[in-house]
Design a protein around this ligand. Structure first.
Ligand code: 13P
Length: 250
């Protein structure tokens, strides 16, 4: 019903030459993928990544984007720049941006809206920290983060976004949410979408799991009914590992 989407988040890794090499290695390995395959690369690698991905189904994304059309925003990227470079996906509100760069639910919303209005697909990240899970706030928190991020979008726009549920305690730690934990929290997000936008919209939205997803745990996670894909950090930096995740066993 929903086409799964497996996306790599390269974070601050790879030069353009390394990006070319990784994508060249990846291409033959993912040629039969049934999922949407995306690599979210550093902005300076977009050109190389697009060239290398030619003739394949690999889509190229970036890891952040500003909401303003242009102007005095040192260090930021605009929608026009992303579009002109062939970017199709933009990660918005990653927990590392929330934690280290002062990203808030409100700025995540502005960025997500700008991505959607420019005809690209935002991958909107939500997720709780360890102490928030332990205090029992996970469901309320991810619901709040998700609904704020979508404020101002029409139901048709909401249908097209991708949400990534990334528990902060599972990112880069080797700790993974259990299959059931990930499925349950993603179910909570979908239920919140259904209450606000209706079941038909909620059933269309692709919701990924992210946080130490790797070849050894992808199959179990992807068997869960609510999980529509993955947002992968560390394991997306090696062609063989990322390809194994893309070609997960159903
Ligand atoms: P890891 O897969 O390295 O845990 O990172 C997950 C992530 O943050 C993807 O956005």
């Amino acid at each position: 019903m929903r086409t799964p989407i497996i996306a790599g988040n390269w974070k601050m890794n790879k030069t353009p030459a390394e990006a070319t090499q990784l994508i060249q290695e990846l291409k033959p390995l993912v040629k039969d993928a049934k999922s949407t395959v995306v690599v979210c690369v550093p902005a300076l690698c977009v050109h190389a990544a697009k060239q290398a991905a030619r003739g394949s189904k690999i889509k190229v994304g970036v890891q952040n984007m500003h909401w303003a059309a242009s102007g005095a925003y040192t260090g930021e990227l605009s929608a026009d720049m992303c579009k002109a470079c062939g970017v199709d996906y933009v990660i918005v509100g990653h927990s590392e941006r929330r934690q280290y760069f002062g990203e808030t639910d409100e700025t995540v919303n502005k960025r997500a809206l700008a991505v959607v209005r420019a005809g690209m697909t935002p991958i909107i990240c939500v997720g709780e920290r360890k102490e928030q899970r332990e205090a029992g706030y996970t469901d309320a928190l991810v619901e709040y983060q998700t609904l704020i991020a979508l404020t101002g979008m029409t139901a048709d726009e909401v249908k097209k976004v991708v949400i990534a549920y990334e528990p902060v305690w599972a990112i880069g730690t080797g700790l993974t949410a259990t299959d059931e934990q990930a499925n349950e929290t993603i179910g909570v997000i979908r239920a919140a979408l259904a209450r606000k936008y209706g079941k038909r919209v909620a059933d269309k939205v692709r919701i990924q799991y992210g946080g130490s997803m790797k070849p050894s745990n992808v199959d179990g996670l992807m068997k869960q009914p609510e999980i529509d894909g993955g947002l992968i950090g560390g394991a997306s930096l090696k062609a063989e590992d990322f390809a194994r995740i893309v070609n997960y066993q159903e």
